[in-house]
Design a protein around this ligand. Structure first.
Ligand code: MGD
Ligand code: MGD
Ligand code: MO
Length: 758
């Protein structure tokens, strides 16, 4: 760190208590490994003396972001102000520490950039926002909804785009709000992990992962296309502990990530070729007779067919040519993996965001299965789970008003909890593909999408092909966004409604990686005029019924403690060993697991009840029945582009805060020096990254951490910046995802562009 930066850091460290604790937290947990701890240690010691628990009201909170770690927090409040946050010590997973984003929360609450009041934009994109009262904003929205019904005879012209802004259980009230108005248009699918979900469902009948805390028992850990050092910091301690006990860590990623930097062995395949790598390893294990015969004969079906496929179509040399990893290395890796017991593979979500992503996951699953590592503590094909999500989803399930019309004969839609009853067999919601939202919006001729409600979601930032998205939004008569900041989507809205932060409401959160549940208490009063999604829905309901009695069934109760009460059931209570959500006031709780291993009884949920190397269901859905290699997508421009997740942001969140700008002030495109030299590009030079969709202008950073044929930019939102990776990323789908999530995944890392000096 240079002198200037150090001076700045010293200054900011001493500026105020929340800032001070932010930095202190980072240092104490090493969440920001790049900081010179030695230099700041004295200030830390001084800071520590300034804080005593007795001076604070302490609340329980839960980070509701879409993240592996779903942390439980302790929030320190003085005079009604959140001064700082810490990780809960009671959760062995959070273990008292947070990530850099978590420690920045107080700044998020008190950021001067927060949306404070309902506002109306005069001319989308103009920035000409006028403050209006809640009453006026809600009245405008209600009038518009009634108008749509009058024009079309149904509400399919009203759409909801919601995803992962807040995974708190009462936020499903947003879906409930839509159902309570009638049959509407929904955006089905997820931009995140669908291809891998389907892959694991074909292989094992469900997505289910070992407890991450049992990685300490592993003897061999492969992190394959994931970057937990940034995206799951709390998992790293288990990996380190396993290594201390002698385990080997292998990272497979085209980019030399911070996780790769911690590995014993780093392997760099060409992007989109991991399937070939896994199959090449599998072929070698067959040649060497290093297969767990008991598992493949007793607990699996189709292994002989898989073996036949490997012998006929796959060789180690072929895999080497396809992946760029040497044949010797493929053999070595296969043998080490098969010999270690237990051995595990963490299948990253990044790896399956490819046109052949689901197939790659199936090939990797097969490798874990044939070595007998499925159902073992410390083993497993780790991907994710929803085993702790057995809530009632009352918030989501609302009856439509009498006489509502929707898609005739549509039947219940996938991912839509609102079905059952006679009417649902006659009418249903209309589903668009979330990952190709723009196409579906523009293609609709009947009941066109007239009004869009966006909550817990930032599509103009997170959806691909910005130009097409803009065109789709331009075709919508009214866009309402509920958010905390003036995001890229808010820029394209007519009305924005201010949302509370997690500290301003009650809620409860579980995870899709670990097995903990945490309560989120209201720690402070709502800031400015901010309201929660449920409060907004209740306001809308009241207004709708005033204007047109019986037009909305959403209840007027807005205390989310009452809502939470209705979400819990005996199953959840038993799983976590609690009697009520109130027990979580004592601290987060972990699910009682029969074993830390998923599939520990080897009773799979596939049609055969066994692990399916050969899946008839996959074939029925138009895929190969076997985990066959699916070639990579044909290039559409000279270089490959990867746009993964950053340490300093969670998608479009956090990087916009000034706390983060201090650490990471601007975006870069990371280019290999050889590629840069060929284009005459120097380090730090302004460049344009472009393809047929558009261009992104930013500075280049030259680094050998990326391969010669790959450009890397991180998907992030910098305040007051035009930077947006989606301008050059298209909406090509992944091969799988439609089965379990209602739409295929999106191939965001399977992209192409060129680069030149700007
Ligand atoms: N700090 C932070 N944490 C996060 C998030 C965040 O935005 N920031 N997001 C959260 C969410 S929603 C998710 S889904 C997860 C994502 O967690 P991860 O899956 O760990 O993260 P990604 O950044 O999507 O991708 C991981 C890696 O995949 C690599 N990759 C891309 N293509 C290929 C390929 O063809 N082969 C191989 N082997 N590797 C490839 C990329 O280079 C990248 O290093 O993290 C969660 N946690
Ligand atoms: N190029 C590229 N694109 C990607 C990815 C990639 O790796 N590369 N990753 C993909 C992945 S894995 C994911 S998960 C998606 C994420 O896609 P999104 O879920 O759209 O991502 P976020 O940027 O987190 O946007 C959430 C928004 O919700 C707001 N919000 C937060 N809390 C609340 C709340 O309580 N109520 C309401 N109403 N709003 C709230 C936040 O301020 C934020 O604007 O992006 C995908 N897009
Ligand atoms: Mo995600």
């Amino acid at each position: 760190m240079d002198k200037l930066k150090q001076k700045k850091m010293e200054k900011t460290l001493s500026c105020n208590s929340s800032r001070r604790r932010f930095l202190q937290g980072l240092l104490a947990t090493g969440a920001l490994a790049t900081m010179p701890i030695g230099l700041l240690q004295p200030m830390l010691a001084e800071a520590k003396e300034l804080f005593s628990d007795a001076d604070y009201q302490i609340f329980r909170n839960a980070c509701p972001r879409n993240c592996f770690d779903s942390c439980s927090l302790k929030t320190f409040v003085k005079d009604g102000v959140v001064e700082f946050v810490e990780g809960s010590p009671e959760s062995t997973y959070t273990a008292g520490g947070l990530c850099v984003k978590g420690y920045s929360y107080p700044r998020r609450v008190y950021s001067p950039d927060r949306i404070k009041y309902p506002m109306v934009q005069v001319g989308r994109g103009s920035g000409n926002w006028k403050r209006v009262s809640w009453e006026e904003a809600i009245d405008r929205i209600a009038q518009k909804i009634l108008k749509i019904k009058e024009l079309d005879g149904n509400l399919l012209g009203l759409g909801l785009d919601k995803y992962s802004g807040n995974f708190g259980i009462t936020h499903y009230g947003v879906e409930g709000m839509m159902s309570s108005l009638g049959y509407t248009t929904r955006f089905a699918g997820t931009p995140c992990w669908p291809a891998g979900i389907d892959a694991q469902n074909y292989d094992m009948g469900d997505m289910w992962t070992n407890d991450p805390e049992d990685m300490v028992k592993s003897k061999y850990i492969i992190v394959w296309g994931g970057n937990p050092a940034w995206c799951s910091v709390h998992s790293m301690k288990y990996i380190y502990e396993a290594r201390r006990k002698g385990a080997k860590l292998v990272v497979i990623d085209p980019v030399l990530t911070q996780t790769a930097a911690k590995a014993d062995l780093y392997i760099r395949p060409h992007t989109s070729t991991d399937g070939a790598l896994a199959l090449g390893m599998a072929r070698h294990l067959i040649d060497k007779g290093m297969v767990d015969q008991e598992f493949v004969s007793k607990h699996a079906v189709g292994f002989d067919a898989f073996k036949k496929y490997l012998k006929e179509k796959v060789s180690v040399e072929w895999a080497a040519a396809e992946t760029g990893v040497s044949a010797a290395m493929i053999r070595h890796l296969a043998e080490e993996f098969a010999t270690a017991d237990p051995a595990t593979i963490w299948i990253g979500y990044g790896m399956q965001r490819h046109a052949n992503g689901g197939s790659m996951v199936r090939a990797i699953d097969a490798l874990v299965a044939m070595t007998g590592n499925i159902g073992k503590e410390g083993g497993g094909a780790r991907y994710g789970h929803l085993r702790t999500w057995g809530f009632n989803y009352n918030a989501m399930v609302m009856s439509p008003p009498e006489g509502s019309k929707g898609i005739v004969g549509g039947g219940p839609a996938k991912g839509d909890f609102h079905f059952g009853g006679d009417e649902a067999t006659t009418y249903s919601n209309r589903n668009f593909n979330m990952n190709q939202a723009a196409r579906d919006i523009l293609a609709q001729k009947e009941s066109p999408l007239r009004m869009l409600w966006v909550a817990c979601r930032n599509p103009m930032s997170q959806n691909q092909n910005t130009a097409l998205m803009k065109k789709a939004y331009d075709s919508i008569e009214a866009v309402v966004v509920v958010d905390q900041f003036f995001t890229k989507t808010v820029e394209q809205a007519d009305i924005v409604l201010p949302h509370t932060t997690l500290f301003e409401e009650y809620n409860v959160n579980v995870g899709y990686w670990h097995y903990w549940m945490a309560l989120n208490e209201q720690a402070i009063k709502p800031m400015y005029e901010a309201k929660s999604d449920v409060q907004i829905a209740a306001l809308l309901s009241a207004r709708m019924n005033k204007l047109a009695p019986g037009s909305c069934t959403f209840p007027l109760e807005t205390d989310t403690r009452v809502w939470m009460e209705k979400e819990f059931n005996q199953g959840i209570h038993d799983l976590f060993g609690i009697k009520s959500w109130k027990d979580l006031k004592k601290g987060p709780k972990k699910a009682k697991l029969a074993s830390s291993a998923s599939w520990h009884d080897r009773k799979f949920k596939t049609p055969s009840g066994k692990y399916e190397f050969f899946s008839s269901l996959a074939a029925e859905h138009g895929h190969a029945a076997l985990p066959e290699y699916r070639p990579k997508r044909a290039a559409t421009a000279p270089l490959r582009v990867i746009t993964p997740h950053s340490k300093f942001s969670l998608h479009s969140q956090f990087q916009n805060l000034d706390y983060m700008a201090d650490f990471n002030p601007e975006p870069f495109v990371y280019v290999h020096p050889t590629t840069a030299a060929a284009k005459g590009i120097a380090d730090g030079q302004q460049v344009r990254v472009f393809n047929s969709l558009g261009e992104v202008r930013l500075k280049a950073r030259l680094t050998g951490n990326v391969p010669t044929q790959v450009l890397v930019m991180y998907e992030q939102w910098f305040k007051d910046s035009n930077f947006l990776v989606q301008k050059i990323i298209d909406d090509t789908p992944a091969d799988m995802g439609a089965y379990k999530t209602g739409a295929p995944g999106t191939a965001v890392h399977d992209q192409f562009a060129d680069i030149e000096k700007a």
